[in-house]
Design a binder for this molecule. Structure first.
Ligand code: SAH
Length: 390
């Protein structure tokens, strides 16, 4: 029997509901299992804690699947997927886009499934999930009846699991540029070339917050990707909207979407947001609303200090560029920067900018990206809405 035994004192976090076992917490391995095989997990005294997918090559060596001894077979995965799909809104109905399965928080660690209209986009991020690929594909196919399933197994985190980076249609075929609809607006999701699985589904609800606050304002959307916030600001009757992204391809998708939505007030620019913010400051430009939604500045704990300097720099610059009464919508998707740390960084930036702000709202990811209370990593998206008090 493939079994891992934890070092003394390392069971408490797992027992409290956290699904990850770090390699450094494993004291002993009995039997042999290929990367991703199911192992029994026991505490230092041999007490059974549950069953996990185990990959000793990865720093996150175990991902707990079940706390009981029941067999982990095709029926098990199908049931778990069915549970996830049973949640509100998780169907393929209509031209929308949403998350269907969110890994750990849906008790399917390493598995992401999103839908863009009737196309499902899949990510198998761990050796454990990669091993059961056939079962996952078959379950999604029979439970949802999609037109096609596209696999985005090119996420760099797969390397940490010793897995190759690949992508392509796993089942069915068709266009990879898919127009989807969200709150009455159309966006282009390029599921083969786009970031993540094609669109930032996690910001869906915050896009509506931006739309509701944008009226009459000159809006700057830094890190705009395919125009999600910018086009919502235009739909919310912003006076003008400028979107900036370093990727010319993302800007071209944003322009197509602005055209399709008749958002003539939107202009987009391919450039570095850090440089542009600096330039606007020199020119004395002011904006009534600034959105900052940068990529994760760190994926590891060791780079935290540098990441916080990056966050502070862009937030400080944005705070200075706000017109009186201006609104800053500022986000971080680095899960190592937790909510309190992010707010502290904003306090320091505001002090340096010598401006006072009202904290309008603290937000997180959209509801189809659920959060596990015991695993704070699952609450990776922070989003703070500030209003300049002057
Ligand atoms: N706000 C977007 C998602 C942003 S993701 C949405 O809701 O859809 C982060 C984006 O930042 C990516 O599109 C990436 O191309 C862009 N980016 C990364 N570094 C950048 C930089 N230095 N300047 C401008 N854009 C950058």
């Amino acid at each position: 029997m493939f079994t891992i035994r934890l070092a003394p004192g390392k069971a408490a976090r797992i027992e409290a509901g956290h699904p990850w076992i770090y390699r450094s917490e494993i004291a002993r391995v009995d039997g042999e299992g290929e990367p991703g095989a199911i192992a029994h997990v026991r505490d230092s005294r041999g007490r059974f804690l549950g069953q996990a997918m185990v990959n000793l090559q990865s720093q996150i060596a175990g991902r707990l699947l079940a706390r009981e001894e029941a067999p982990i077979d095709s029926a098990f995965f199908r049931r778990r997927i069915q549970d996830a799909l049973g949640k509100y809104g998780r169907t393929l109905q209509g031209p929308g886009a949403s998350r269907l399965v969110f890994g750990e928080a849906d008790r399917l660690p390493g598995l992401i499934a999103d839908r863009y209209g009737d196309v499902v986009v899949l990510q198998l991020l761990t050796a454990g999930m990669d091993r059961v690929r056939g079962t996952i594909l078959e379950s999604l196919r029979s439970l949802l009846g999609p037109r096609a399933i596209y696999e985005r197994n090119d996420a760099s985190s797969r390397r940490l699991e010793g897995l190759p980076l690949t992508k392509g249609f796993a089942w069915g075929e068709g266009e990879t540029a898919i127009w989807i609809e969200e709150a009455g607006l159309q966006f282009l999701a390029e599921v083969a070339e786009g970031q993540k699985t094609g669109f930032f589904l996690d910001q869906r609800e915050t896009r509506q917050v931006v739309r509701a606050l944008a009226r009459g304002r000159d809006v700057l959307d830094c890190f705009c990707y395919s125009g999600g916030f910018a086009i919502n600001a235009a739909a919310g009757a912003a006076a003008s909207v400028l979107g900036i992204d370093i990727s010319a391809q993302a800007v071209s998708w944003a322009e197509l979407a602005a055209q399709r939505n008749g958002a003539a007030r939107c202009t987009f620019l391919a450039g570095n947001a850090f440089d542009q913010l600096r330039g606007f400051d020199r020119e004395g430009r002011r904006f009534g609303m600034i959105i900052l939604d940068p990529p994760a500045f760190t994926k590891g704990r060791e780079a935290l200090a540098g990441a916080l300097r990056g966050y502070k720099e862009i937030n400080l610059r944005a705070m200075k560029l706000l017109a009186p009464g201006g609104i800053l919508v500022t986000c971080s998707c680095s899960y190592h920067v937790d909510g309190p740390t992010f707010l502290d960084m904003l306090r320091q930036a505001a002090a340096d900018a010598r401006r006072e702000f009202r904290l309008v709202e603290v937000r997180s990811q959209a509801a189809d990206h659920p959060i596990l209370l015991a695993a704070k990593e699952t609450q990776y998206l922070k989003c703070v809405v500030l209003e300049a008090v002057d």
